[in-house]
Design a protein around this ligand. Structure first.
Ligand SMILES: [Fe+2]
Length: 90
């Protein structure tokens, strides 16, 4: 009887998703400036997290590589939108 193949090991599943929220990680903010600062920091953390994931991937996994690149672009867009709110043009 053939033994079932073992799935390839990866630590990606053990990583914390960059946008996972935990109650202990929540930062209270009561002013617009503080709310923006918290959200901008979260977008930066997401960009760093997804970049770390991207750097761990083989480029031969084209679809996953491109998907993570698209997510990073989205996170950069979120960052830029929030950052622009800090100094709105009048
Ligand atoms: Fe985001």
């Amino acid at each position: 009887m053939a033994r079932p193949r073992e799935a390839p090991r990866s630590d990606l599943g053990a990583r914390r998703h960059p946008h996972d929220g935990r109650a202990a990680d929540l930062k209270p903010a009561t002013t617009l400036e503080a709310i923006l600062a918290v959200n901008i920091a979260e977008e930066e953390a997401a960009i760093r997290g997804y970049t770390e994931i991207l750097e761990s991937l083989s480029m031969s996994n084209v679809i996953l590589f491109q998907t993570i690149q698209e997510i990073i672009r989205d996170e950069q867009e979120h960052f830029e939108e929030l950052d622009a709110l800090k100094n709105p043009k009048t």
